[in-house]
Design a protein. Structure first.
Length: 140
């Protein structure tokens, strides 16, 4: 990913491709899935209070497939490897999706695990549609 994809504005990072606004710095401590949801809902960063836990597709937009360990742009600050998403598996509601930013992969695990980190996001005021070349999916 080109470095101009991300624009740092104080303690937030604007993704110019997706229009999503991310926390620049991830949670300092790991959390369970329920704690991750609450963490984002209670965040205030640069005056913004409308933070939420990203779904798995949103979180995967941060993966830089040209890098490994970490497979994320160095604009983002955080030492964690695994990051929770808000996505729950339909047939297994005790499991939630996560992204492993060591290799840029995603999977699911038990929501009670407490060794995953959190990077919250908020929506921009403009609606953006992104076609993911990796997944061939349309995100709205």
């Amino acid at each position: 990913m080109a470095d101009d994809t991300y624009v740092v504005q104080g303690n937030v990072v604007v993704d110019t491709t997706t229009g999503l606004i991310w926390e620049k710095t991830a949670s300092a401590a790991s959390k369970s899935w329920a704690e991750a949801l609450a963490y984002c809902q209670n965040q205030t960063v640069d005056g913004y209070t409308d933070w939420r836990l990203p779904d798995i597709m949103e979180l995967r937009t941060l993966v830089d497939y040209t890098k490994i360990s970490p497979a994320i742009n160095n604009t983002f600050v955080g030492s964690g490897t695994f990051y929770w998403s808000s996505s729950t598996l339909k047939d297994h509601p005790d499991l939630a999706g996560y992204v492993d930013f060591t290799a840029g992969t995603s999977a699911s695990d038990n929501k009670t695990r407490t060794d995953f980190f959190v990077r919250c996001l908020r929506n921009s005021s403009s609606r953006t549609v992104v076609v993911s070349p990796i997944d061939c999916l349309l995100l709205q």
